[in-house]
Design a protein around this ligand. Structure first.
Ligand SMILES: Nc1nc2c(ncn2[C@@H]2O[C@H](COP(=O)(O)OP(=O)(O)OP(=O)(O)O)[C@@H](O)[C@H]2O)c(=O)[nH]1
Ligand SMILES: [Mg+2]
Length: 452
């Protein structure tokens, strides 16, 4: 006869198996433009496909992983894995291209049950689903909580401050002087939209700024009619402004509302409403190199993004969508660029930057863990120096690793590191696990634990 102890033990084992059995785990890979999402997803598929060889082989639950299938059949817009592998395996090796549209990843994993149940149960399957998308789109999520007038106010405050003020040049006055109630000139509207788009591009490329809205102006993707992407913030307008049909106000507000309610909401529904786990990827090094304004912008961008699906009780989106995220990994990416002893400092700087938002997330009952991550390790340490190759070249360079402060100063003012643009390591092949930092730890943590 089974004792109470035995019954508990069997129950526990059953639960453990159930959490790995026949489930779909939706993982939200969240990151701004250039954070490293596509490289991360490529490396994750590679690590899973080569689970018997890499570090994954020794890490539960992957020590019981029997087979992995990256699904393409029946998957709409499958992730371009082979294309990414092609770039990485070229000579000299290249990084996967920047993402221009949405794509999906479906990976089926089959696990051997553990303990007593292995004789009673067949293989247990887990389906992992991820989405890849241009990082620019993420910054549109905060629009979901805004009216057109409020957005105009926010943009006016943003463009008022340097370095945006100088980058905007005459555009600031041209947008500020338009009378919202005056009749809209369609040709002028197209020109202003084009100029606003160039301004956003300069903010991103020249100043390393992250908060560039509307993101689809930079990367429209498929499925959005071009004439719906014709609107600008009227910098002299506010939440109390209005205008008759055909006015600047009416034209811009109508398209803004369409953008918010269909384009952004559609993306949110697809990507964020059903998530079980979230992986937030952040490139800290590039904004640290770019300086205080870029770090400040990154901080606000991350706060806005995390606030868009705040995990507590009070957010608008919380009321619209049932919360499911139970675990969130926050990762400083590309940490292979610094010496291994400095990787934790880089992670600490990231956590310093978003301390308040992280507290909110934890307060909402989400388990949060930090992983200083390199999806693909491009540099190695040899003694006191680092060795790696530069993008576009075939030779290797030996260099002094950059120094990262143990904490970010509160005013975000310090001399940032000067970075080299490393290329991926040579000889990467689909059927060998790529070198990395902590991909195994992260993958194990994301898949383990009870499903909600
Ligand atoms: N050293 C190093 N560099 C990396 C790593 N991952 C990404 N990078 C660099 O960061 C760049 C951007 O990475 P992506 O994976 O394209 O970033 P993304 O988030 O998909 O960017 P978008 O598609 O533009 O939103 C790459 O081109 C590389 O230069 C890494 O693990 N190590
Ligand atoms: Mg990408």
């Amino acid at each position: 006869m089974a004792t109470v102890g035995n019954v508990n033990w069997v129950k526990k084992a059953q639960e453990k198996v159930a959490r790995l059995g026949g489930q779909t785990i939706r993982v939200g890979v969240t990151g701004l433009s250039g954070a490293g999402k596509t490289t991360f997803i490529t490396s994750l598929i590679n690590q899973l496909e080569n689970h018997q060889r890499g570090l994954l082989a020794r890490r539960p639950p992957f020590d019981r992983l029997v087979s992995v299938r990256w699904q393409r059949e029946g998957v709409a817009s499958p992730f371009p894995y082979l294309q990414a592998l092609g770039a990485l395996a070229s000579n000299p090796a290249q990084w996967p291209s920047s993402t221009a549209d949405l794509s999906r990843v479906v990976i089926d994993l089959q696990f051997r049950p553990e303990g007593l149940l292995k004789t009673l149960q067949g293989l247990r399957s887990v389906r992992v689903e991820l989405l890849d998308y241009p990082g620019e789109w993420l910054l549109d999520l905060p629009l979901l909580g805004l009216s057109y007038g409020k957005w105009c106010e926010q943009m006016a405050a943003l463009v008022d401050r340097e370095p945006r003020r100088s980058l905007a040049g005459t555009l600031r006055d041209r947008l500020g002087n338009l009378d919202p109630a005056a009749r809209c000139d369609p040709l002028e509207l197209s020109q202003l939209t084009a100029d606003w788009t160039s301004f956003m591009r300069s903010c991103r490329n020249e100043a390393g700024l992250a908060r560039n809205q509307p993101g689809r102006f930079l990367l429209p993707g498929s499925g959005v009619a071009a004439d719906m992407l014709l609107f600008v913030p009227l910098l002299g307008a506010n939440r109390y402004s209005e205008g008759p049909p055909g006015s600047w106000w009416a034209q811009c507000e109508e398209r803004f509302n369409y953008y918010r309610d269909f384009v952004v909401k559609g993306f949110y529904d697809e990507h964020f409403s059903q998530l079980d786990r979230q992986i937030l990827l952040v490139d800290m090094l590039a904004p640290m190199e770019a300086g205080q304004a870029a770090l400040q912008d990154l901080k606000l961008a991350l706060e806005e993004v995390m606030g868009s699906f705040r995990y507590g009780r009070n957010s608008l989106l919380q009321r619209l969508f049932r919360p499911r995220i139970t675990r969130m990994a926050i990762c400083a990416t590309k940490v292979d660029q610094v010496a291994p002893a400095q990787q934790r400092s880089l992670q600490q700087c990231l956590e310093d930057l978003v301390t308040d938002s992280l507290s909110e997330v934890r307060h909402g009952g989400v388990e949060v863990q930090g992983f200083p991550l390199a999806a693909i390790r491009a540099a190695d340490q040899e003694g006191e120096t680092m060795i790696g190759g530069l993008v576009g070249q075939t030779a290797f360079v030996r260099y002094q690793p950059v120094t990262v402060p143990a904490h970010l100063p509160l005013d975000l003012q310090f001399t940032g590191p000067k970075l080299l643009h490393l290329r991926p390591p040579s000889g990467l092949h689909r059927n060998e696990p790529f070198p990395h930092f902590r991909m195994d730890e992260l993958a194990g943590w994301i898949l383990e634990g009870r499903q909600p």
